[in-house]
Design a protein around this ligand. Structure first.
Ligand code: CU
Length: 106
């Protein structure tokens, strides 16, 4: 019993630590492009899509297994997506068909 409690505490602290340090990655939407055009992140990381443009933007993925759609974002606003599965997601804007980027999730 002497060993079990400290071990449990260590496990909880480690789990909390990994949540605390889940990465955040900024992607800009500017001049009707995503920038950068590709990023690599870890499972559990969040990508913040910042609208640095003068027009409304949108973010979605129709990639199989990585599907999501965020609310449209006005200039100055951002939209966030946490990626919970390994793989590769093609990110697009529903308002500007030429806007595409890749998120690789390790
Ligand atoms: Cu757009």
């Amino acid at each position: 019993m002497m060993f079990r409690l400290p071990l449990a505490v260590i496990t909880i602290v480690a789990a909390a630590g990994s949540l605390l340090y889940a990465g955040q990655h900024a992607v800009s939407q500017k001049a009707r492009l995503f920038s950068p055009g590709a990023i690599t992140i870890n499972v559990g990381d969040t990508v913040i899509f910042k609208n640095d443009d003068s027009v409304t933007h949108h973010v979605y993925s129709a990639t199989r297994g990585q599907e999501f759609e965020l609310e449209t974002a006005e200039p100055g606003d951002d939209a966030r997506q946490t990626f919970t599965k390994r793989g590769r997601a093609e990110i697009r804007c529903g308002l500007h068909p030429g806007m595409r980027m890749i998120v690789n999730i390790k």
